[in-house]
Design a protein around this ligand. Sequence first.
Ligand SMILES: [Zn+2]
Length: 386
Amino acid sequence: MSLHPVMGHAEARASLASAHLRHLLPAALLLHGARGVGKQRVALWLAQLLVCERPTAEPCGSCAPCRMALGLEHPDVHWYFPLPRPKGATGDKLVEALEQARVDDIAERREHPLRASHSDDVRGLYLGTVRSLRAKAYKRPVMARGPVFIIGEADLLVPQESSPEAANALLKLLEEPPGAAQFILTSSEPGRLLPTIRSRTVPLHLGPLPRATVSDFLQQDADVDATEAEWAAGLSQGAPGRALGFLPDGSERGPLERLRRRAYEIVAAAMGAGSSEGYGLALGFPPAGARGLVDLFDFVEEWVRDVAAVAAGASARVLNQDAVAELERRVSEAKVAPFAAALAFGSVERARELAWANVNPQLVVSGLVRDLRTALRSGSPEGATA
Ligand SMILES: [Zn+2]
């Protein structure tokens, strides 16, 4: 198996290729943009270009290093990403366990290059990860001019393990990259990167892809039928990785589809007539990491945006087009005023901050339902006092 073809981001890739060919590529890059937009795939494309024996504006695709890079088997291309913390291991054992988990995960990605990368586990980039990365950075490259390190979701570097050591160790590498080492960091939350790391990387933004590009990709590379591809592309916000997350996984709903529906339950409970609905919902809420909750709240925000669009009589602008009729019914029953949504956005933002601060998820969710209820039902008599 090899990686699926890289798609879109033509302008960004052209500027990266041109910098590489003129030997002007900064040693530490930060690719940032929405989750699932293809940042790590572009980073892998760049790694392939860097090791390619005959690079032009694209890797040649046929030399041995190119093929190894495409198969995730190049000995000088090192791909790191957040992983769940191995249980029970400490010290050197932890470093080994993390490295094994990474190798296993890459093997899994090689087998299933298009599996949705979304997971509910709490994941991080730990000091142990940075340690093994650093050891590789100081070793002589096997066949390339220098090693290439891809560090996906670099904002998930975990700084709380007794000290900001993980970040500091990485910082030193970025400051003085050994030999011809190349670092490519990616982040969908660049604001959460340590300022010291941000200031040592050259940023490049990857924007959303056209909906048609996402839909074509799903049909051609992921073997999705046209109707489902259009549906998922419509929800994807231009991010193919996100689109994959909506598609069913065997008999189960896709992970993002489960989140989207859960988010809808929150907004629906806030608009519903009985004010106890929200509490039951919150109590049944599974504990989740901050990242999982923040993902959920992103969907809540989308639904609030849709509620606002419907309340303003602009149903065509609704993102969740498969729910327009139901939204129209609920908005009219709850007498949501168009201005109410602005208040509701503030509630979602507050909930997001609480999630990042690791407040108990059930508390955050029940508070959110209550605040949304006050905001959205302010036009109805019982809402004003709820
Ligand atoms: Zn090549």
